[in-house]
Design a protein around this ligand. Structure first.
Ligand SMILES: *Cc1c(COP(=O)(O)O)cnc(C)c1O
Length: 238
């Protein structure tokens, strides 16, 4: 079948080419016609920058390009906004020439190492279970161990709240429709998250859990969760 593919490589587009260049997901595949990636995620640029590239000009849908006679030249461009700052593009360009391929590779490898370390340590805690065994990108999610969940007086939302008090933003959220009684928690490791910081986070998580285990009564979020589970059942599938 002739089915063109757009690859949404928001995070992975800035990881795989550096850490696993042999993995084919890009224009080396015949049907990949376009790829997008976020400059402000692993591209290491401040918020608001994204990229989309087409394999060749001929794959760019005509409806998307506009030719405008403006300021003395015929400008063909994708998009409708004229008055936007180009600072983010300069930021991306600067990082490319400042760090180079090897620099990006080192930064991403470091994030990956720290993420793998956190993943391993979280996986060792009896109250948690990792969603995946292997990491593709320096980020991962986990959920409450199914056995532990049966008697726990807290939820990952409570953990999110306690971690927030020490300045950590570790979001807890539900999976999509049909498995939306499964609550997961996510860690995203980027440049600047050192191994020392990872130990601080893990120690804050350990202390929070120790606190929860002293609870005599369930938290409000546990009560809400149990009410939902009564209707929908406990879900631990993936
Ligand atoms: C973040 C993300 C997006 C949105 O990209 P932005 O550059 O933040 O607009 C789209 N798809 C996936 C898979 C993402 O992770």
């Amino acid at each position: 079948y002739d089915i063109p593919i757009h690859v949404d490589a928001a995070s992975g587009g800035f990881i795989l080419p550096f850490l696993n260049p042999e993995v084919k997901w890009d224009f080396r595949l015949k049907w990949v016609w376009s790829i997008s990636t976020s400059g402000h995620k692993y591209g290491l640029v401040y918020p608001g920058l994204g990229w989309v590239v087409w394999k060749d000009k001929k794959y760019l849908p005509e409806e998307m390009s506009f030719s405008v006679n403006y300021l003395g030249a015929n400008i063909t461009q994708v998009g409708l906004n004229f008055s936007r700052p180009a600072a983010q593009i300069l930021g991306q360009y600067y990082n490319f020439i400042r760090l180079g391929f090897d620099g990006y590779k080192e930064v991403q490898q470091n994030s990956m190492d720290v993420a793998c370390y956190c993943h391993e340590q979280i996986g060792k805690m009896k109250c948690f279970e990792n969603y995946s065994k292997e990491l593709q990108n320096p980020l991962f999610i986990w959920y409450m161990n199914p056995e532990y969940d049966k008697t726990a007086k807290w939820t990952l939302y409570d953990l999110q709240g306690v971690l927030q008090q020490s300045g950590w933003m570790v979001p807890a959220y539900t999976m999509p429709k049909n498995i939306d009684s499964l609550v997961v928690m996510r860690v995203v490791v980027r440049q600047g998250m050192s191994r020392d910081m990872a130990d601080m986070l893990l120690s804050d998580i350990g202390n929070a859990v120790a606190g929860f285990e002293k609870l005599k009564y369930p938290t409000q979020s546990r009560l809400d969760y149990e009410a939902k589970v009564k209707q929908k059942g406990r879900v631990f599938t993936h």
